[in-house]
Design a binder for this molecule. Structure first.
Ligand code: AVJ
Length: 328
């Protein structure tokens, strides 16, 4: 036989879509079933997450805002330790919290470039536009892409000191081995003069956590259900979405909050694009997300495992949330 080799080009979106489809097949054939919260975030998912961040029960946003606002003077000095730098934000979103920091830096004429990285070009464009109005003197260089592709590229091309920031306890969606993996990948692009500034939501009264992830208005339920809506829309599925109820369970021993969608009626779901038919028994679960909570010992252990060192710990006035400053 003779084989012809051809290169098939796919866009980032097409690759991500294919990953999503493979994930759905795997997750719905598994027992117990699972679907990752990573795929909640289409335009509607982004909007629902914005709504979550505005909920009175979702203390995380306010708490981290308080940390940055209280310590902005110190953060400016620390970030500027080695002179001009690149401020690289992973998962920038709408930048509400980051804007406080950016304003502090610009007002004090600190020499830096802000490089927000997000998987969504949409988010990057919106953020860049709003910053042009808010802080015309700010140098912004938004980058669309997955964190590590962009980080690796920046590490080889930009030789200035880097400050990498990851806000919002985004790391909480990862279990500990995945979190260590994530931290190692960041560490690998850091040099002596670089800093990592990262948010870790803290263990606290279990009820506070329970309420943050099972809000009274049902926004979190809609947020999780968006996974099923996306499958229906993008893969020609027929999930009876309203028959899936959201359930949150927080284990104070491990610090893991887990969210599920639970079938309140038995049903058969067909997903035509995947040629997949799957049945749900009454009360069968789909595990969707973990939101890990931490304490200093756990973060210290993660840092140790990843070759990072904790330089300083910042806390909000209600002691709900912490941002850790790391170096290699
Ligand atoms: C975006 C991962 C920080 O886990 O707190 C919010 C996502 N899920 N409510 C979190 C989320 C349900 C959020 N993170």
């Amino acid at each position: 036989y003779e084989f012809e080799t051809r290169t098939i080009y796919m866009t980032k979106q097409e690759i991500f879509q294919l990953e999503f489809e493979n994930h759905v097949t795997e997750g719905l054939k598994a027992f117990p079933k699972f679907l990752s919260s990573k795929y909640i975030y289409d335009d509607r998912g982004d909007e629902l997450f914005q709504q979550i961040m505005a909920l009175p029960e979702y203390y995380l946003t306010e708490a981290e805002y308080n940390i940055i606002d209280t310590h902005k003077d110190n953060l400016r000095k620390v970030f500027n330790t080695h002179g001009a730098f690149d401020l690289i934000e992973l998962g920038a979103g709408d930048g509400k919290k980051t804007k406080v920091l950016l304003k502090e830096l610009v007002t004090n004429k600190v020499d830096f470039t802000y490089i927000p990285i997000d998987i969504s070009q949409h988010a990057i464009d919106d953020l860049t536009n709003s910053l042009t109005t808010l802080l015309p003197d700010l140098e912004v260089q938004g980058e669309q892409g997955t964190y590590f592709k962009v980080l690796e590229r920046l590490a080889t091309y930009n030789k200035r000191p880097k400050v990498i920031i990851v806000l919002g306890s985004n790391i909480g969606n990862l279990d500990h081995p995945q979190a260590i993996d994530f931290l190692i990948k960041i560490k690998d692009v850091m040099s002596d003069q670089d800093f990592l500034f990262m948010g870790f939501d803290q263990k606290k009264d279990p009820l506070t956590i329970q309420h943050a992830y099972a809000d009274s208005q049902g926004v979190t339920q809609e947020f999780n259900r968006n996974l099923l809506h996306r499958i229906n829309k993008e893969m020609d599925g027929d999930f009876p979405v309203n028959n899936f109820e959201h359930w949150e369970s927080y284990d104070p021993e491990t610090g893991t909050a887990k969210s599920y969608l639970i079938a309140t009626e038995p049903c058969v779901v067909e997903i035509k694009k995947l040629q997949l038919k799957t049945t749900f028994k009454k009360w069968e679960t789909i595990h969707c997300e973990i939101s890990q909570k931490y304490d200093d010992d756990t973060v210290e252990w993660l840092a140790n495992k990843s070759g990072l060192e904790i330089e300083k710990i910042y806390e909000d006035h209600q002691k709900l949330f912490k941002d850790y400053l790391f170096k290699i």
